[in-house]
Design a protein around this ligand. Structure first.
Ligand code: MG
Length: 161
């Protein structure tokens, strides 16, 4: 019998501001600024979460965890992603692989890609080999290029039961 799969895409962008920790993919990164957000601003986990929800046909992160709800103020995005994995598993989906592109002019993320990969794999409950993290600058263009924001694009495949 053919294995059924479904594909989902996620995108997010957050503004870089002073006096916030920089958290990407559940990993705290040494930097002089961090990402503004109602939650912890983890743009990577938000993109991955939306990719998982998209593949499952279950809407988006803003519908499930509204930024108008004080329960999600400074929320740990890892906990939100784990909740989404639980919901999608209950609906008969299990994560296959994830591919992530982080768009950041600064900081240089080359030394952080492995810890981010390991963190995302642990949150999804899949092997590290099934997670790929890439980091790109924006060649100085737009809000990412001017170092006012970090963005992330993610795509995921889910197996269907
Ligand atoms: Mg977000």
């Amino acid at each position: 019998m053919a294995t059924q799969i479904r594909i989902g895409i996620g995108y997010d962008i957050h503004r870089l501001v002073s006096d916030r920790p920089l958290i990407l993919g559940g990993v705290t990164i040494e930097f002089d600024r961090g990402l503004l957000g109602h939650s912890d601003g983890d743009v990577v986990l938000h993109a991955v979460t939306d990719a998982v929800l998209g593949a499952a046909g279950m809407g988006d992160i803003g519908e499930l965890y509204p930024d108008t709800d004080d329960r999600y103020k400074d929320a740990d995005s890892g906990e939100l992603l784990k909740d989404v994995i639980g919901r999608t598993r209950s609906a008969g989906f299990s994560p296959g692989n994830v591919d992530v592109v982080i768009h950041a002019e600064r900081p240089n993320l080359s030394a952080h890609k492995t810890p981010i990969t390991e963190s995302v794999a642990a949150l999804l409950g899949i092997p590290v080999a099934n997670v790929n993290v890439k980091a790109k600058t924006n060649e100085g263009l737009g809000p990412v290029g001017s170092r006012d924001a970090i963005a992330c694009t993610a795509i995921t495949m889910l197996h269907c039961a």
